[in-house]
Ligand binder design. Structure first.
Ligand SMILES: [Zn+2]
Ligand SMILES: [Zn+2]
Length: 436
């Protein structure tokens, strides 16, 4: 019945059993074999009813309802016969085995799929946890950075307002001094005026005589002060204030682009450096350079003037429309005499351009990068404590790639112009200094 349930899909086990009962011959108690129907509508196996009637000497009757018939007539019932055949087939051992096997396979497949789903659900749940955790950490970090910016701004505001107040105070002192002096002068003058008027009021010839005896102090002279230039005072604190303060603020921002130069002692002999040591290009002619253990002998490399062993640092490199370059960070201890593969295992954490348009992170193996636009200026961020080297498109500060677990006693900014290839890649590589 279990199998019938499976095959019909709809029928339940009880329905299956009652169907078997319906299709069981009341004489032999087996499933109908060649079923026939009597006039009373009862069914029996053809052989069973014939045998029954053979044994019975009286008029033929139905063994079930006892109805008697004038003769031995029955009709074959093909529909019941077909249903019985089907039921018999589904009940066969062979079919049972086949179905069992089929079900076992289905069960195993479902169990496997279930395990798979459970695993995936678990992973998704773990991802939710780590996403929440990471976002929380980033949230705090961003908050702290903005907090720092607010502090810088507030500090700047405080200083500027203090300067303004100080300037105002100085001018006030000066103006108050002027007023005091003028008041003294006014008082002196008033005295003199009264005096002179007194003399004038006296009539008679004695006037001229008396004038001589009277001492009339000359009028006081107020010290001539330069006129106060309110306009100048106003102009010192107006104009593009936001831009002015923002520029001043940049000095407090960390890390801001470091004003690096190239270290000429490390430069491969074929590299030509600009006088101010901020531009470098490769020449097919060897330059007259002193020999140094710091110098790269094989690859056209050069390091930055400063090595870092702590803190975080950021610098920007102009690569313009060069067709090939490598840049990033190198351990100070890299082998400079040998031709060394550029990879983290050898102390290089670098980005590289090949064939004008292919950007790669020189990880192991290389990772192809697909920046949204050509890189003309690359920003390199080094965090010595976290062992992190990250690259940015410095024109819009979109993130390109980050190396983790960078370890070295000291890290140096690293540059390679690659070969100039005639004129193709001759454009110098430059260290950018922050200009506003
Ligand atoms: Zn029978
Ligand atoms: Zn009957």
């Amino acid at each position: 019945m279990y199998l019938l349930y499976v095959c019909t899909g709809m029928a339940c086990r009880n329905q299956g059993e009652s169907l078997r009962e319906e299709l069981t011959c009341a004489i032999c108690c087996e499933l109908f074999n060649d079923p026939v129907m009597l006039e009373c509508m009862h069914h029996f196996c053809r052989a069973c009813i014939q045998r029954y009637w053979d044994k019975c000497s009286r008029v033929p009757s139905c063994p079930q309802c006892r109805r008697e018939f004038p003769n031995r007539t029955f009709r074959s019932h093909y529909l019941v016969s077909g249903v019985v055949e089907k039921l018999r087939r589904y009940s066969s051992e062979d079919h049972k085995r086949k179905m069992q096997k089929h079900l076992e396979n289905a069960l195993r497949a479902h169990q496997r799929e279930m395990e798979n789903f459970v695993r995936q659900k678990h992973t998704a749940e773990e991802n939710i946890c780590s996403l929440t955790k990471t976002s929380g950490e980033l949230n705090s970090k961003i908050h702290a950075e903005f907090e720092r910016l607010h502090q810088i701004l507030e500090e700047k505001e405080r200083v500027v307002l203090m300067e303004l107040a100080k300037e105002e105070e100085l001018l006030l002192v000066r103006l108050r001094g002027d007023i005091m002096q003028l008041e003294e002068g006014i008082s002196d003058l008033r005295k003199n005026i009264e005096h002179i008027q007194e003399i004038l009021n006296k009539t008679g010839d004695s006037l001229l005589l008396e004038v001589e005896s009277w001492t009339i102090r000359p009028p006081v002279h107020a010290v001539a002060q330069p006129a106060l230039d309110i306009q100048c005072h106003r102009e010192r604190y107006s104009g593009p204030l936001q831009y002015i303060f923002w520029r001043q603020m940049l000095q407090s921002i960390h890390p801001a682009p470091a004003p690096l130069t190239f270290d000429p002692e490390s430069a491969h002999p074929n590299l030509v450096l600009s006088k101010n040591l901020t531009a470098v290009t490769e020449s097919d002619r060897r330059q007259p350079v002193c020999s140094s253990p710091k110098r790269f002998q094989q690859c056209v490399n050069v390091l930055g003037s400063q090595a870092f062993d702590s803190g975080s640092h950021y610098w920007e490199v102009w690569v313009g429309s060069k067709t090939k370059w490598d840049l990033g960070v190198a351990a100070e201890s890299v082998d400079r005499a040998a031709k060394v593969k550029l990879c983290p295992e050898n102390g290089y954490w670098a980005l590289r351009l090949r064939n004008s348009t292919e950007y790669w992170a020189a990880a192991t193996p290389w990772v192809r990068l697909a920046p949204r636009s050509c890189l003309r200026k690359v920003g390199v961020f080094l965090d010595c404590e976290e062992g992190k080297v990250a690259f940015y498109n410095a024109e819009n500060m979109t993130h390109l790639f980050t190396f983790h677990q960078a370890a070295a006693r000291r890290f140096c900014p690293f540059f390679s112009t690659c070969f100039s290839d005639g004129k193709l890649n001759v454009e110098p590589m430059r260290i950018c200094h922050l200009t506003l």
